[in-house]
Design a protein around this ligand. Structure first.
Ligand SMILES: Cc1cc2nc3c(=O)[nH]c(=O)nc-3n(C[C@H](O)[C@H](O)[C@H](O)COP(=O)(O)O)c2cc1C
Length: 185
């Protein structure tokens, strides 16, 4: 499988880092793009710089590289996930803008009828955020707010993170065992 991963400047870049690790372990070909603020927040929250993030993906593209392979629909992928997804990026995608490579790759994913998964993070949500999410959901985009369930009985922050990452991978059809599933004995 080949999956495009976007990391933007929403809080909770821990989810993005954990997703990259999970995809690496699952031997999935990962194509990574990190926004400028995604880079800032990853450093602030996870003490990880861009060079470290790059080592966790098979391919990395600069945010302004609008000629990168993932900017074209003819480059086949099995979907894209933006984790975390800021309200800025969510708004740009909902408006059909392609100001940077994350927006463009997301736009391409939607137009090609491929699976796009967003893990937005903001609180509280205003009407503009909610309307943007509704617009995207109507276009078939899967929206997974960064809000893990507690019925999986998480014991650690790592468990909480893995619930979100596992649920996001489920949306892309990637088999995983990252969290305790309801009903599983
Ligand atoms: C420490 C920090 C945390 C932030 N958390 C959020 C957040 O949770 N959600 C959000 O929408 N924006 C958040 N922002 C603001 C975004 O980074 C900002 O809107 C930026 O323009 C997003 O750009 P991008 O979408 O290109 O990454 C945060 C900024 C900082 C510095």
């Amino acid at each position: 499988m080949r999956i495009v991963v976007g990391m933007t400047g929403g809080s909770c870049s821990l989810y993005g880092v954990a997703l990259l690790k999970a995809l690496e372990q699952l031997d999935i070909e990962t194509h990574l793009v990190v926004s400028r603020m995604g880079r800032y927040v990853a450093k602030h929250e996870c003490d990880m710089d861009l060079d470290e993030l790059k080592t966790m993906a098979a391919y990395f593209y600069e945010i302004d590289d609008l000629a990168a392979p993932v900017a074209s629909g003819s480059f086949k992928t099995d979907g894209m996930i933006i984790i975390p997804c800021s309200m800025n990026t969510l708004g740009a995608i909902a408006s059909g803008l392609s100001i940077n490579l994350i927006h463009r790759a997301a736009d391409v994913t939607i137009k090609e009828g491929r699976r796009l998964v967003l893990v937005p993070r903001e609180t509280p949500l205003n009407v503009i955020h909610l309307e943007n999410m509704l617009r995207l959901a109507k276009a078939g985009v899967r929206i997974l707010p960064a809000a893990p369930g507690f019925y999986h009985k998480p014991q650690t922050i790592g468990d909480l993170v893995n619930i979100m990452v596992g649920r996001a991978l489920d949306q892309l059809g990637v088999d995983n065992d990252l969290f305790n599933r309801w009903g599983k004995k």
